[in-house]
Design a protein around this ligand. Sequence first.
Ligand SMILES: CC(C)(COP(=O)(O)OP(=O)(O)OC[C@H]1O[C@@H](n2cnc3c(N)ncnc32)[C@H](O)[C@@H]1OP(=O)(O)O)[C@@H](O)C(=O)NCCC(=O)NCCS
Length: 351
Amino acid sequence: MTAGVEVGRFDPAHATEEDLRGYHEVMVARQEADRPDEPRLSYENVVGRLKNPFVGFGPVAHWVARSRGEVVGLAIVYFLEEESGHIGLTEVVVHPRVRRRGVGTAILKAVVPELRARGRSLVETWEITKGGEGERWAESLGFRTVHTVVLQALMIPEVDRNRWRVDVPAGYRLRRWVGAAPEDLVASFAAARNAMHDAPLGELGYQEPTWSVARVRAREEELRRNDIELRAVVAVHEGTGEVVGLTELEVHPHRPSRGYQRDTAVVPAHRGRGLGRCVKGHLTTWLLADRPGLDRIYTTTGAGNEHMIRVNHQLGYTTVRTMVAVNRDLAELEADLGSLSGDAVGRAPKG
Ligand SMILES: CC(C)(COP(=O)(O)OP(=O)(O)OC[C@H]1O[C@@H](n2cnc3c(N)ncnc32)[C@H](O)[C@@H]1OP(=O)(O)O)[C@@H](O)C(=O)NCCC(=O)NCCS
């Protein structure tokens, strides 16, 4: 590549400490520029994520861009599976110090052949800060905005815990577990999870999984292998003994002070009775009893999902950022990138 910027595959398992330090620096500089609301990532946080990628999104591959040997940009690509097996979930990050010199575009160009080789037809990116540089970059490359989400955070030390004490509505009881769903509930738990199909996803290429017992068990196993704690609280309908509402949360080994709220769903016939707030409130109280050091919980919700956003506010969550998801057909992107000159890389910044 021209003007001293080289893009290549990156294998975290065999990376040098110098590369990992450079990678961390890019991530921290990006936080400061694009996500100033986030607490600064430590070196261990970043290396931990590299070694423990998100579970449930398929295999992951990495690229880095180097200038004079130093890491200045990176890409993380998850090759989604099953219903979403046509998607390369792609995130490109460039150190703010070298933006507008074609580095981001050069990284994307390097990623594209692998997307093609793995049979992808759609490039999709989630969680781009709305109004930021990433959004303008994506637009300039012909990506289309297909969904808007809000990131909400529960800042534990600042929240009145009484907000989580929600009575269980008459006719229901709660059950909870860490790791694996009990045998007597797993079938109705899997079925109830399919209520997630009602969550608005805009025009994302990503499709919610169709849940079965086998898929629930496979996910539990993958989380266990990656040392991720999975907690669930469910509402069981007394009349039928079936799970009709659920919520899940993950705690990752390299970020033990953080919780990642996952799916919350109530099956249609049982909506409007406060079950969503009830299961989430109980999960939070239970989690904090076991993990008093927990500092914050993050959750993302479709910007149009008023009910979920309201429930989160009632529990004390605040909205910290709005983010967009974009996508583009791979063949179209490839054609456009092919016509861009590689000489742009390393040029003086514009704008
Ligand atoms: C998005 C990002 C990777 C772009 O990296 P970059 O190296 O600056 O991108 P390039 O230099 O290849 O930009 C190519 C074109 O995108 C457009 N563009 C990029 N940043 C822009 C900005 N801030 N404002 C307007 N247009 C912009 C321009 O058309 C630019 O060409 P030009 O400089 O000739 O006008 C970088 O801003 C970043 O790391 N953002 C945070 C992470 C993120 O949001 N990633 C989302 C994409 S996955």
